[in-house]
Ligand binder design. Structure first.
Ligand code: PRX
Length: 650
């Protein structure tokens, strides 16, 4: 498979210069604040990453201690071999002795209703559900379960109950369509789906169980659907179980059985360069060591923290830094169901003041939207509880970084710009907030134990300010283990471009201080508001419409969302009668129905033909330039159709 190159992402780049030392008031209290000591740890970890990770494995409870830290059957890693642990026990039971009355989650609904759950309460709910799943449905290690839920505590309870009984969960973001849900359920052979009758967002009611019904009608493996009823009058069908009734007669304790370190904790589907999303498989031991360590070091965790990661649990950020990494450290988190700007543009700041949030971890798209909404929405709130800010999911532009730093952090909170992926499981490149001088727009340096590099097309290390491909030179504990049911695709996607190096799919450069600047994807994946979408996935959705002959989808720069989606479509009926506007609308809705509204194209351009090379490949570089409104650049001599792209407009 050819990886198409995004030239702009791998060009030689200009130096960026502004540097912000970590604020003194923060450094004073930071857990890690001795630069010389940290530098030694970091340098040692670059020479011997396995040794670093061995020392961090102490952070978690092993029911049976591992005997060997790492084994590499290239490209398949194993970490903490022969070790046994229970991930849910690490997140809950082991905290009960000291902090059973500590709040684990503060949940807030869009309408302002608040529900708090202590570690003890969360433990009891997880135990009841685990008991019911085992005794009533016979679920056991090796099975898998799909979770299609809004961001409510029950979604996390479902994750932890699965983890507790060794069932791999596959969470599907509740904005995905029934088709997407069905495909993911089928691929993972899920036996059960957890859902709720409805979710709420932007004042709208989302009929989640309706989507689940459409999806499971085509899924032979699904025996039951467990529905958390938020509206007591919701009717259930024969294969649907009422969550409260299902658990209420169950014991509030449950003896957790230990599982092998390599036991799959979850599958998470993400977009790749082909039409079909890939089921990323994550382990138990290595994953937990990775997320617990990075959460502790990068977020400078303190017992008194109120941590708010705004991601939904449908994404990897939610898995690692709403749930596993934070709970493993026994930290209180805020979760919010709803849109951060609803019902007013200051909602997020209101919640921070209301719950005294200390750490906010969000995406650049959100920061840009808050910035655009205007400072008056921020000024109403003190934000005095904040001590640390984080960014994730896409490159943060320096303007948004400065606004976040000054307007939200009042120049006293460091910003950790964290680079990572669904596949990496935990953060790989990030500042350490009490140590690393910050440069707006740079994720700074690799985390200890992560050996990152920039290489050229031949896999050769590049020097300062030379643009190339971001690769990881040594396996790390929380990395994906494979692609579910598709080890060949795993090899092909990550290990075939450069021998022995993990290929991230991102273009980047390092500056003269060894800081990494991530530019974005160099493959056919686009990043819309921090969400990853495969262009071919959207193309497949478009060509499934009867009026579409051919389609090519590209990303174009978008001030707010990072990238927007532009589709070039050749209609089957391109005659005089074609109503371009109404067909465009119909196709946008079609994509939203097929994949989910997050994949809805921003613009559809109709063309008589698509520009192709003589060998029949669509010239995406040219379409990208066209979509971005640029002059057509570069070599077009291999074009089959010299008239380039003839747009149909009316
Ligand atoms: O292109 C990079 C971008 O998001 C991609 C991974 O997407 P996903 O698997 O959905 O995970 C997102 C949340 C971890 C990466 O290949 N990306 C992620 N974080 C950053 C980033 N790009 C620049 N800076 C970041 N901090």
């Amino acid at each position: 498979m050819e990886t198409r190159r995004n030239n702009s992402a791998i060009e030689t780049v200009i130096k960026e210069s502004r540097v912000f030392s970590p604020p003194a008031t923060f450094v004073e209290k930071a857990n890690i604040n001795d630069p010389a000591k940290y530098q030694t740890i970091w340098e040692d970890s670059q020479k011997n990453p396995v040794h670093f990770w061995e020392s961090q494995a102490e952070l978690i409870d092993w029911s049976k201690k591992w005997t060997q830290a790492f084994q590499w059957n290239e490209p398949f890693p194993k970490w903490f071999l022969e070790g046994k642990l229970n991930v849910a026990q690490n997140c809950l039971d082991r905290h009960l002795e000291k902090k059973k009355n500590k709040i684990a989650y503060i949940w807030e609904g869009e309408d302002g209703v608040v529900k708090k759950l202590t570690f003890q309460e969360l433990y009891e709910e997880v135990c009841q559900l685990s008991n019911a799943l085992e005794s009533k449905l016979g679920l056991k290690a090796g099975d898998s379960a799909s979770i299609y839920m809004p961001l409510i505590p029950e979604a996390i309870i479902a994750m932890l109950a699965c983890a507790r009984i060794g069932v791999a969960h596959s969470i599907v973001f509740a904005g995905f369509s029934s088709h997407s849900l069905r495909d993911r359920i089928q691929d993972a052979d899920c036996k059960i789906v957890f859902t709720s009758d409805v979710g709420y967002r932007r004042g709208q009611v989302l009929e989640l169980n309706k989507t689940v019904r459409e999806a499971v009608s085509d899924c032979k493996t699904v025996k039951n659907v467990l529905v958390f009823k938020r509206n007591r009058h919701t009717d259930l069908q024969s294969n649907e179980l009422d969550w409260r009734e299902f658990v209420n007669d169950q014991p509030k304790t449950h003896k957790a059985q230990p599982f092998d370190s390599e036991h799959p904790l979850f599958y998470l589907y993400t977009s790749g360069t082909t039409g079909k999303p890939k089921g990323i498989v994550h382990s138990s031991g290595g994953y937990l060591v990775g997320v617990a360590t990075t959460a502790k070091w990068i977020f400078d965790l303190k017992e008194t923290d109120i941590f708010w990661c705004t991601a939904d649990i449908g994404w990897i950020t939610g898995h690692s830094y709403v749930v596993y990494g934070l709970l493993a450290n026994g930290i209180t988190s805020v979760i919010y169901e709803g849109a951060p700007m609803h019902p007013h543009a200051g909602r997020i700041w209101e919640i921070i003041d209301k719950h005294n949030v200390t750490t906010l971890y969000t995406a650049p798209t959100a920061i840009r939207a808050f910035m655009r909404a205007g400072d008056q929405h921020v000024e109403k709130y003190s934000l005095k509880s904040l001590r640390l800010l984080g960014s994730v999911g896409e490159p943060i532009n320096p303007e948004a970084w400065m606004w976040y730093y000054q307007m939200i952090g009042k120049a006293k909170c460091p910003i950790v710009d964290t680079w990572w992926q669904t596949e990496t499981g935990s953060i790989l490149i990030s500042p350490i907030p009490g140590i690393t001088p910050l440069k707006p727009g740079s994720a700074t340096k690799p985390f200890p134990g992560i050996v990152a590099d920039i290489v050229n097309e031949e896999g050769k290390s590049l020097g300062p300010n030379e643009g190339g491909y971001l690769v990881i030179r040594h396996p790390w504990p929380s990395m994906l283990r494979t692609i579910h049911k598709n080890p060949e695709r795993y090899k092909e996607s990550y290990w075939s471009k450069f021998k022995g190096l993990y290929f991230t799919g991102d273009g980047a450069h390092k500056d003269e201080n060894g800081y990494f600047w991530i530019k974005g994807r160099v493959d056919d994946v686009i990043n819309v508001s921090g969400h990853r979408l495969g262009t071919m996935e959207i193309e497949s959705a478009l060509v499934s419409h009867p009026r579409v002959a051919e389609a090519a989808v590209v990303g174009r720069p978008d001030e707010l969302k990072g990238q927007g989606i532009v589709a070039f479509v050749t209609p089957r009926d391109s005659g005089e009668t074609l109503d371009v506007k109404s067909l465009a609308q119909e196709l946008k809705n079609h994509v939203a129905n097929e994949i989910g509204s997050l994949a809805r194209p921003d613009e559809i351009k109709f063309t008589k033909t698509l520009p192709k090379t003589r060998s029949g490949k669509i010239m995406r570089r040219l379409l990208k330039d066209l979509a971005a409104g640029k002059e057509i650049s570069g070599d077009t001599t291999t074009l089959e159709n010299p008239s380039l792209v003839e747009l149909i407009e009316n």
